[in-house]
Ligand binder design. Structure first.
Ligand code: HEM
Length: 408
């Protein structure tokens, strides 16, 4: 193990501008690094990250969320384990798959996407990030929960503050303070809505959470509020970056964009490859429960471990030509890409595998279809080269496009 002085630090501007060359050096030469500033062990190889997420030998916990998220959300499913985790997960999982997803929420997804596309379909130009991606997933979650979409800007502000708190690797005190403020503001907003919904339940996910019993006990208002806060952040920021990412990847690979335009059944493959090539979440942490041997070194019990999804997904030991965006690659199954058997690590794996993966897929499929229909000759604005932003979560900063409007 090494302290890797020759690598750009994960907190440096150089790393933020382009982490991929540093990821390659880490995988090759420094697969286990002690990083003093974040007081964590950094792991970058596919084999190691996969093993930590799957955690077959119960060597890791998610206790890191006690300090990474509890101060802004309250206690959530991410921190739970064993039966408590399984029961809590079973409460929400049905809303995010199968008949609930198809019959109740797909119409919500389609309506929200169409409303946004209608705001620019006649304009001939748009910014896919600010006009569409940052609004669509959070509007969907707000609608699923039966919240007022007119409050979109506040939801967006809140989830951005939460994600900034989660990714506050440098410990910026302003980011910490904004996160803590969000907890108070969100509680002030949500608790009255929860009380009202208990009195007058509807057909929405919030009413389901209010009525649900965990081991014969109803969830408290605080519990439900924490869950909603997590759903807004987990379902907002990530899918927002995923939609911008798939569009950026296709626009910069015009021949693959043409293939997807001609055969829309390729959208899931393009999404799976986007999740591998440019994952919305670049790092996820865990805490070691015991001393663990990883890549020739030892992580002591009780340590924080930073798992670099962005690095593992480009591991040449696992994927051929990993730095190439290729929706036709044969080492990434589309069939399993949205399940815990996925080849990429963008949704993590194991017990905490993203419960919203199929919802995200439905949003991306709908979104890409609507955008391609509304913009037959979609292209990037002249001379524009997409720039990614972010270290913990990462995605295109903006995506200005031009197109000839379709006349009805
Ligand atoms: C492309 C979009 C998405 C990505 C990349 C993503 C990524 C992730 C990752 C990496 C985890 C695992 C965290 C960990 O193990 O520590 C996770 C968990 C989770 N995700 Fe997602 N997510 C996405 C969309 C969504 C959506 C749309 C929702 C629902 C609204 C959602 C809700 C959740 C929840 C509730 C968990 C916690 C599951 C548990 O602890 O058992 N996610 N997600």
């Amino acid at each position: 193990m090494s302290v890797a002085p020759q690598l750009p630090d994960i907190l440096s501007p150089e790393f933020a501008a382009d982490p991929y060359p540093a990821y390659a050096v880490m995988r090759e030469r420094e697969p286990l690094i002690w990083h003093e500033a974040t007081r964590s062990y950094i792991v970058s190889r596919y084999e190691d990250v996969e093993r930590i997420f799957k955690d077959k030998k119960s060597e890791f916990t998610t206790d890191n969320y006690d300090w990474q998220l509890e101060p802004v959300h309250g206690r959530t499913i991410l921190q739970m384990s064993g039966r408590e985790h399984a029961v809590r997960r079973a409460l929400v999982a049905p809303a995010f798959r199968g008949s609930d997803l198809r019959e109740k929420f797909l119409p919500v997804i389609e309506r929200n996407s169409r409303e946004l596309v209608d705001t620019f379909r006649a304009a001939g130009s748009a910014d896919i990030v600010s006009d569409y991606a940052t609004r669509f997933p959070v509007n969907v979650i707000a609608d699923m929960l039966g919240l007022d979409k007119a409050d979109h800007a506040r939801f967006h502000g809140w989830y951005t503050a939460v994600i900034a708190f989660l990714g506050n690797l440098a410990g910026d005190p302003d980011v910490t303070a904004a996160g803590e403020r969000t907890r108070v503001e969100f509680a002030d907003y949500m608790i009255p809505v929860i009380k009202e919904r208990r009195e007058k339940p509807g057909d929405d996910l919030l009413s389901t959470l209010c009525a649900a019993e965990v081991d014969g006990v109803r969830m408290s208002d605080e519990d439900i509020k924490a869950f909603c806060s997590l759903l807004l952040a987990a379902g907002g920021e990530t899918t927002d970056k995923a939609i911008a990412g798939i569009l950026a990847n296709l626009l910069t690979h015009p021949e693959q964009l043409a293939a997807v335009r001609a055969d829309r059944s390729l959208i899931p493959a393009a999404f799976a490859e986007t999740l591998r090539y440019t994952p919305p979440v670049h790092m996820i942490m865990r805490q070691s429960a015991v001393d663990v041997e990883v890549s020739g070194g030892t992580i002591p019990a009780g340590a924080t471990v930073t798992c670099l999804i962005g690095a593992a997904n480009r591991d040449e030991r696992r994927f051929s030509h990993p730095d190439r965006f290729d929706i036709f690659r044969d080492d990434l199954s589309t069939t399993s890409a949205f399940s815990a058997a996925a080849d990429h690590l963008a949704f993590a794996l194991g017990r905490h595998f993203c419960v919203g993966a199929l919802l995200a897929k439905a949003e991306v499929e709908t979104g890409v279809n609507h955008l391609l229909d509304a913009m037959p000759d979609l292209r990037l604005a002249d001379g524009f080269d997409p720039v990614e932003q972010g270290v913990f979560t990462r995605g295109p900063q903006s995506l200005p496009v031009r197109f000839t409007p379709v006349t009805a």
